[in-house]
Design a protein around this ligand. Structure first.
Ligand code: PEP
Ligand code: MN
Length: 445
């Protein structure tokens, strides 16, 4: 392999990226972003890599979640807080239930660019370019809205910076203090899972009271008062990614400064393509989506290319096959990994293989299928003697009706009530919590 440079992806075939028409505007934006501070720091990315290494050995567990696509319109402190809060709850269920440290990574502060199944969209006989995420163009179905506009990268950067600022404040400013485990439940509507959560919170409070009575003041213990929370997104819009790359002076390595972890999507994982070329050179932990069309041969090339030093925690394989399909695909990929002795962290994305169009016309995901893919993932790893290292969800703290099923039984007719996603359907807070209890049970089986 030739020596990596942050701009070499430009010489490789690219897919799923916009063709900007105004080259001057694009150059100006890239130059501007290149001067801005990185959003994350090399030491943080390295710490996350270590934690993902622990997850690959079964000594920790990755919880990765957030919007399918962040939106400029729906950007608000409350929305960020609510997603953060649900992730804290889920992490608490996993830590308490499965007695394992949970590595918390948001699909946040940079998850703006979307791959699409078709380059254009036709409504009522009118054909327009597809919407590709708020960092690229707009959702409105008008010719102007669908023109890719490089200036949107600046707004995405600003929103990502503000999001990260708030996440850092929530993580260390008192909100995530475990003594507040009861307060995170506020806003819960009643369900079996809510009472199960409260029961768990009572037990945690008891344990803290006991520690205090025994002379251990948990109020003074930093690890109980703060959390580590990381950010991640699909590294799709490579002009943005390249512009935020920074040289880490301590290691001489390049950092993708746009987020702690980046991943390569199922549609852009061509071994000789632009996206793999970009990701192979950065020091950050990298995720790789693996779908039904991932071949063992391609995977072997990707393992070598994306993690040539075979570092633990460097590469996370995110399996997204669809309920009932993992048995056909996961074992052959596990075997490919074993044949080359690669270190990887196996993670389950039970969302992207289970998207269907409902009878009412909405894109949805039946919650039962999501649960099924998670169960299959654990069962296959048990059978293969390999480690399930984490889960990857599209979820929100908002009370949306985007995925059918769950304790409140969202029906296909209900989807129109609160369907707010700019792209794929997300689990709502109650469905997310339910899933966390299932994962905790699977981890203790
Ligand atoms: C996504 O994570 O939003 C996505 C598009 O996933 P995939 O690449 O697995 O289809
Ligand atoms: Mn998605």
């Amino acid at each position: 392999m030739t020596e990596w440079q942050k701009s070499n992806w430009r010489n490789k075939p690219r897919v799923q990226m916009p063709d900007y028409t105004d080259q001057n505007a694009l150059n100006t934006v890239e130059a501007q972003l290149a001067k801005y501070p990185p959003l994350v720091f090399a030491g943080e990315a390295r710490t996350l890599k270590k934690k993902l290494g622990a997850a690959s050995r079964g000594e920790a567990f990755l919880l990765q979640g957030g919007d399918c696509a962040e939106s400029f319109d729906q950007f608000s402190a409350n929305a960020i807080r609510d997603t953060f809060k649900v992730m804290l709850q889920m992490a608490m269920v996993l830590t308490f239930g499965a007695k394992v440290p949970v590595v918390k990574v948001g699909r946040m502060a940079g998850q703006f660019a979307k791959p699409r199944s078709a380059p254009t969209e036709t409504i009522g006989g009118v054909e327009l370019p597809s919407y590709r995420g708020d960092i690229i163009n707009e959702l409105d179905f008008t010719p102007e809205a669908r023109i890719p506009n490089p200036n949107k990268m600046l707004q995405a950067y600003t929103q990502a910076a503000a999001t990260l600022n708030l996440l850092r404040a929530f993580s260390t400013g008192g909100y995530a203090d475990v003594h507040k485990v009861h307060q995170w439940t506020m806003g819960f509507t009643e369900s079996d899972r809510a009472s199960q959560y409260r029961e768990m919170a009572n037990r945690i409070s008891d344990a803290l009271d006991f520690m205090k009575a025994a002379g251990l003041d948990s109020d003074q213990e930093p690890s109980l008062k703060t959390v580590d929370f990381y950010t991640s997104h699909e590294s799709l819009l490579l002009e943005y990614e390249e512009a935020l790359c920074r040289l880490d002076s301590t290691s001489g390595q390049w950092l993708a400064g746009s987020g702690h972890m980046i991943w390569i999507g199922d549609r852009t994982r061509q071994p000789d393509g632009a996206h793999v070329e970009f990701a192979r050179g950065v020091l950050n932990p990298v995720g790789l989506k693996c779908g039904p069309t991932t071949t063992p041969d391609d995977l072997k090339v990707l393992l070598e290319r994306l993690n040539p030093a075979n570092e633990e925690g460097k590469l996370t394989l995110i399996a997204r096959f669809g309920a009932g399909k993992s048995a056909e695909h996961l074992p052959r990929l596990i075997k490919a990994v074993q044949e080359v002795g690669a270190n990887v962290t196996w993670v389950c994305d039970p969302m992207h293989g289970n998207t269907i169009k409902s009878a009412t016309g909405y894109k949805t995901r039946p919650f039962e299928l999501v649960l099924q893919e998670v169960r299959d993932f654990f069962a296959i790893h048990r059978a293969e003697g390999t480690i399930p290292g984490g889960v990857h969800f599209e979820m929100t703290g908002q009370d949306v009706t985007e995925c059918t099923g769950g304790v409140y039984a969202v029906s296909e007719e209900d989807l129109s009530d609160r369907y707010h996603t700019a792209c794929d359907p997300r689990l709502n807070a109650s469905q997310s919590l339910e899933l966390a209890f299932l994962v905790a049970e699977e981890l203790t089986n």
